[in-house]
Design a binder for this molecule. Structure first.
Ligand code: GDP
Length: 295
């Protein structure tokens, strides 16, 4: 097992000390280790291969400075490349509209309702915003109740329409209400299903077209590993979303989904969910995720 790839990389390069260069022969084993660690972290196979090929190119022939151990240099190359691939900088969300409209998309159980609450809470407490949450899951009364509970916990109002089964009308009415009541952010939680289906995609597209959100966030459970990539691709093909929210990173996943999703859909991961409570959320830090993936 590669519980600590960083140590291992440093070990396998100890012997290089004094040779001054990283060569094809002495990186082969290490690259294999890196690839295995990525696969272990649930990174998609093709992406892991592409990644190690890129790292090899960067590493080969690099002059090992006398001040830096070759192992450390290799670790740095790998981490920098991973960080770069995951977006380099921390991404912001677009909050320019008046009100700003944020639309949540994703499968049922991915964590949309929970994250809607976390985001509202964050915007209220840290940015002094006045959010309105909108219950757009009209099929499951339990989902509406769940959002109401969340709203009460963070003291943010929730817009619902009992008996209305048209999420497009609800979303539009909610924005109108936000304007009259002075809410500057509207967060629309939508219905998800257990798997991708055409009706869900049609519905969320209609909501997108009707409300023209400033930001569409795709919420995905980090524990779903490889499936997360396919789901992300399907949602992105339909919605052309702006960013990804990776939830349940408090579980034991190494988070390889972050790298795979970023590589496949080329959209930034903006937030991570780290628990069920309303404050268990963080902006996405590519460097931290690189460390986590490498273990
Ligand atoms: P939705 O169907 O997409 O709205 O998903 P929910 O928000 O209802 O979340 C599904 C389950 O996952 C709930 O039991 C949440 O408490 C839980 N959940 C959501 N986000 C996280 C997270 O970051 N960490 C953990 N451990 N659980 C989470």
């Amino acid at each position: 097992m590669f519980d600590n790839l960083t140590d291992r990389l440093e070990q396998s390069f100890k012997m290089l000390k004094g040779q001054g260069m990283i060569t094809e022969i002495n990186v082969a084993e290490t690259l294999k280790d890196i690839r295995r660690a990525l696969l272990d972290a649930d990174v998609n196979f093709k992406i892991a291969k592409q990644f190690t090929d890129d790292v090899k190119e960067k590493a080969l022939g690099q002059q090992v400075l006398t001040a830096v151990k070759p192992g450390q240099l290799m670790v740095k190359i790998v981490k920098d490349e991973l960080t770069q691939l995951m977006g380099g900088e921390t991404a912001e969300i677009e909050l320019t509209g008046s009100p700003s409209v944020i639309l949540m998309a994703g499968l049922q159980g991915s964590g949309k309702t929970t994250f809607s609450g976390k985001l509202a809470n964050m915007l209220k407490r840290k940015k002094g915003r006045h959010p309105l949450l909108v219950a757009g899951d009209v099929y499951r009364p339990a989902a509406i109740d769940q959002l109401k509970v969340v709203g009460e916990q963070i003291d943010v109002p929730v817009y619902t329409e009992d008996g209305n089964k048209d999420p497009v009308k609800i979303a539009k009415a909610a924005i109108k209400e936000a304007k009259t009541k002075g809410h500057d952010v509207v967060i629309i939680d939508t219905a998800g299903r257990l798997a991708i289906d055409e009706q869900m995609m049609k519905e969320i597209s209609s909501i997108k077209n009707a409300v023209e959100p400033d930001e569409i966030l795709f919420v995905v459970d980090a524990m779903t590993g490889q499936d997360a990539v396919n789901t992300a691709k399907e949602f992105n093909d339909t919605l052309d979303f702006d960013g990804v929210v990776l939830t349940k990173l408090d579980g034991d996943t190494r988070g390889g989904a972050a790298l795979s999703i970023r590589s496949v859909v080329e959209k930034p991961i903006k937030f991570v969910g780290t628990g069920e409570k309303m404050d268990a959320v963080d902006v996405f830090h590519p460097t931290r995720m690189a460390d986590r993936i490498l273990g």
